[in-house]
Design a protein around this ligand. Structure first.
Ligand code: 13P
Ligand code: SF4
Length: 313
């Protein structure tokens, strides 16, 4: 309680906004001014004038806020809060892939570095990926990276061939299709909700596939009493708050590990949040030349999401 009061005091003194992703611990989500999926966090950061934003999420989410609002100080509780998709898309190799496909449109999932964003034509999140791909003229070749599972899901759903970069989320690939089948069999009335970063053999059992906010919304609006959820369990906090009457079951991983927790999201803690607000560090930094280039595909994403047509090269 003392720590929470200390954070609230520091937040007031710094005129700071605290944003949290659904995968954070419940105590961090409850403390935040706003909790959302990666698209909502980027959109919300644009609506406020706070000079300091603390992103309780992973570093690419904080970089997105910084690119969109370079004048703000954007803090992260722990600079080691990476993402396997960022690690799987090193800039030089990703650029060589783009260069090998001239005249294509490069769509990069927001889970990538600022450098990768700076050479992308448009960014998407799992919440708006379909809308973004649909906005690209059909005669254009689409390169999609760095998440091959999201890419191959979109490719099939939209019946649109795309060149896919071979990256993956180390957390979502661990759900077991075999065990999910058994769990579904044991709970035949429970809808299966899955994030599109899961592998195809898991997605085949899903009744709803979508971003974290989409999955949460399903729990809020679907009258079912039991749900099976194939995404990071941090989101159960909001699901249980919204539906205290419902049972939320975690889709199982292969083996008996708790490896469906994102180790990067879970690096954050209340202690680190207090220290970051106190010291105004660690803050993310993105080179101004990269900010200028990376803002273009991010703003395109926000425009398409808002229904504004855009020009392609
Ligand atoms: P959302 O955009 O659905 O919140 O997903 C972010 C993420 O990192 C999923 O692993
Ligand atoms: Fe990255 Fe996967 Fe963690 Fe999401 S859950 S932040 S995609 S490693």
């Amino acid at each position: 309680m003392e720590l929470l009061n200390e954070i609230r005091r520091l937040k007031r003194d710094r005129n700071a906004l605290i944003l949290a992703h659904f995968y954070e611990d419940g105590a961090i989500q409850d403390l935040a001014d706003f909790v959302g999926d990666s698209l909502q966090l980027a959109q919300f950061s644009q609506k406020t004038n706070n000079p300091v934003v603390l992103m309780a999420g992973v570093v690419f989410m904080a970089e997105t806020v910084k690119i969109l609002s370079p004048e703000k100080t954007v803090l992260v509780p722990d600079l080691n809060a990476g993402c396997s998709l960022v690690a799987h898309s090193p800039f030089e190799e990703y650029k060589a892939w783009k260069d090998a496909h001239p005249n294509s449109i490069l769509v990069s999932y927001v889970n990538c570095s600022a450098d990768v964003k700076s050479i992308s034509d448009v960014i998407c999140t799992s919440a708006n990926a379909e809308q973004i791909i649909r906005a690209i003229p059909p005669e254009k070749t689409v390169l999609f990276g760095p998440d091959r599972n999201l890419g191959s899901y979109l490719q099939k759903k939209l019946n649109r061939p795309m060149e896919l970069w071979p990256g993956a989320c180390e957390v979502h690939v661990l759900f077991s299709a075999r065990k999910l089948f058994e769990l579904k069999h044991a709970h035949p009335n429970a809808p299966v909700l899955a994030h599109p970063e899961c592998i195809e053999s898991v997605l085949q059992y899903a009744d709803v596939i979508g971003s974290t906010s989409r999955l949460l919304n399903e729990v809020k609006t679907n009258p079912a009493k039991t749900f099976i959820v194939a995404t990071e369990p941090g989101i159960f906090h909001q699901m249980k708050k919204a539906r205290p009457d419902a049972e939320i079951l975690q889709a199982p991983a292969e083996g008996s590990c708790a490896c469906n927790e994102c180790p990067y999201m879970k690096l954050n803690s209340l202690e680190k949040i207090a220290a970051a607000l106190h010291d105004l560090t660690p803050a993310v930094s993105v080179m101004p030349s990269i900010v200028d280039k990376a803002r273009v595909p991010l703003e395109r994403m926000l425009k398409i999401t808002a229904g504004t047509p855009i020009q392609w090269h």
